[in-house]
Design a protein around this ligand. Structure first.
Ligand code: E4P
Length: 226
């Protein structure tokens, strides 16, 4: 399962890249709005930091298929062909996905709340379908169950589309999807750091350090304990 960062703050992205095994960055208009900077300024900075081969996902804003296609062309011409054009999955979006996918562009079908949206996006050639796990939970349905169902629909219908699950609030949600073998998850830096945050682990490491220092002296390590 790939793991991506759902954020546009360059300092946060740099920190996660330094410590965690991640495969790229996803953004959406709300994430860009939080940063308050011009979209292409921040996206170009992210692209130059993560490199041309990493996945960068950027959402279109237009409401008609023709304009979405034009936005997709501009996004990839400025940010590279490994940029996944995120397209909201309504009727216009499906039409735009069909056109862009026939032209060879990478597509992420976004704002997925139901398995049938995912199925249709897969049928028109989207590379990824992005279900919003937490938002589905908030509507009273089960986001994990719905996402697993979408994954199974792809596998059972021999559709090449992968899941890019989004909208997480905790580690368990990601673990449950990892266990099911879905394609990718994207999460905020805070949720990614939470995947490894564990008081039991920290306290075990502290005890090891204290025991070693009691043997060899304060601040000693295997480098200078002779
Ligand atoms: C990613 O594709 C989505 O835009 C995003 O993760 C939604 O997350 P949220 O529900 O936390 O806003």
């Amino acid at each position: 399962m790939k793991l991506l960062i759902d954020d546009a703050r360059i300092e946060k992205i740099k920190r996660i890249y330094e410590f965690y095994p991640v495969d790229g960055v996803t953004t959406n208009p709300s994430i860009l709005a939080k940063g308050g900077r011009k979209p292409y300024d921040v996206l170009t900075e992210i692209r130059s930091f993560i490199g041309g081969d990493a996945e960068l996902h950027v959402q279109v804003i237009s409401r008609t298929a023709e304009d979405m296609v034009a936005e997709g062309h501009k996004i990839t011409s400025l940010l590279g062909i490994n940029t996944y054009i995120k397209i909201p999955t309504d009727a216009e979006g499906l039409k735009a996905m069909k056109i862009l996918s026939s032209e060879g562009y990478h597509i992420t079908a976004t704002t997925i709340y139901t398995p049938m949206q995912a199925f249709l996006a897969a049928k028109v050639g989207a590379d990824y379908a992005a279900p919003y796990v937490n938002r589905i939970d908030d509507l009273g349905s089960n986001g994990i169950q719905a996402t697993r169902c979408m994954h199974d629909i792809f596998v059972n219908n021999s559709l090449k589309t992968q899941i890019l699950a989004a909208s997480f609030k905790n580690s368990l949600q990601i673990q449950e999807l990892c266990e099911h073998g879905i394609g990718a998850c994207t999460a905020t830096p805070e949720v990614i750091e939470g995947l490894i945050k564990n008081a039991g682990v920290s306290s075990a490491i502290d005890v090891f350090n204290r025991d070693f220092e009691s043997l060899c002296g304060e601040n000693k390590t295997m480098l200078d304990c002779e």
